[in-house]
Design a protein around this ligand. Structure first.
Ligand SMILES: [Zn+2]
Length: 225
C-alpha cells in the first residue's frame, strides 16, 4: 500500500498538469484545476467541477510521461504530459466523500475527531494506525517505525492507551510522513526481521496482524506490552 507521503510526492510531480486541457481519455475536454493527495487517494480536479479519483491500492502508481507517450489502461492525455495511472480509477461529477480520518499531511490534525474515531472500536494499536478512517496517510512502514520509535507494542489494545499517548503516536507518524515527502522514511525495524534492534540489539520480530494480515515489525524488548 503506498504510504501517504508517496502519494503526496506523486501529486507534487503531477503539478505541471494544472492548467492543461485534457485531450483524450477520461475527462476529455476539461481543464485540470488541481492535483491532490488525500490520504492514499489521488484526486485530479477539473475546472468544470469533475474529479478523477484514483485509489492506487497495494502496487498502484501515477506517473507523468511526455505528451503522447503514456501507455496503459488509464491515460489522461494533455499538452503538458500524459498522466498514466495503474490502479482503480473512478470518475465523479464532484469530489468524492472519502470518509477519511484527519489527514496527517494536510492542514491541522483535528485531535478531537481523531480520538473520537480511535475510541469508536477497540483493537490493537498496530491495526488502529492503519485504519484510514481514524488517520489518513499511514502505511505499513510508518506504522512499524512509529511504534518502534515510541516504544509501543503493536499488540496492545488501543483502549489501554491514554489520549496523550494516542496523540503522541499521531504526532510521530506525521513527522515521519513529512520527512518521507522530501527525504527518506526511517527504517529501523521495517523488513529487518532477525536483525538487531538499533536501540537494544534484540533481534527484530515480525508478525501478521489484523483482518488484512498486514505484517508488523517490532522489537520484542523495547516494545514489550
Ligand atoms: Zn529494542
Amino acid at each position: 500500500m503506498p504510504e501517504g507521503h508517496s502519494l503526496e510526492r506523486a501529486a507534487r510531480r503531477l503539478r505541471p498538469l494544472v492548467g492543461a486541457r485534457v485531450a483524450a481519455g477520461p475527462l476529455a475536454g476539461a481543464v485540470v484545476s488541481g492535483v491532490e493527495a488525500r490520504g492514499k487517494h489521488l484526486l485530479v480536479h477539473t475546472e468544470d467541477g469533475r474529479c478523477l479519483h484514483a485509489h492506487l491500492g497495494l502496487h498502484g502508481s501515477a506517473r507523468l510521461r511526455p505528451p503522447g507517450q503514456g501507455r496503459g489502461r488509464h491515460v489522461l492525455r494533455t499538452g503538458a504530459g500524459d498522466l498514466v495511472i495503474a490502479g482503480r480509477v473512478e470518475l465523479a461529477a464532484r469530489p468524492p466523500q472519502l470518509r477519511l480520518g484527519p489527514d496527517l499531511l494536510h492542514g491541522r490534525v483535528d485531535a478531537a475527531a481523531y480520538l473520537r474515531r480511535a475510541r469508536a472500536v477497540d483493537r490493537p494499536v498496530g491495526e488502529l494506525l492503519l485504519d484510514q478512517r481514524v488517520l489518513a496517510g499511514i502505511g505499513n512502514i510508518v506504522k512499524s517505525e512509529t511504534l518502534w520509535e515510541r516504544r509501543q507494542s503493536p499488540f496492545q489494545p488501543a483502549s489501554e492507551l491514554s489520549d496523550r499517548r494516542l496523540l503522541e503516536l499521531a504526532a510521530t507518524a506525521r513527522r515521519q510522513l513529512r520527512q518521507g515527502v522530501t527525504g527518506r522514511l526511517p527504517m529501523s525495524v521495517y523488513r529487518r526481521t532477525g536483525r538487531p534492534c538499533p536501540r537494544c540489539r534484540t533481534p527484530i520480530r515480525s508478525a501478521l496482524q489484523g483482518e488484512h494480515a498486514r505484517r508488523t515489525y517490532h522489537c520484542p524488548r523495547c516494545q514489550a506490552a
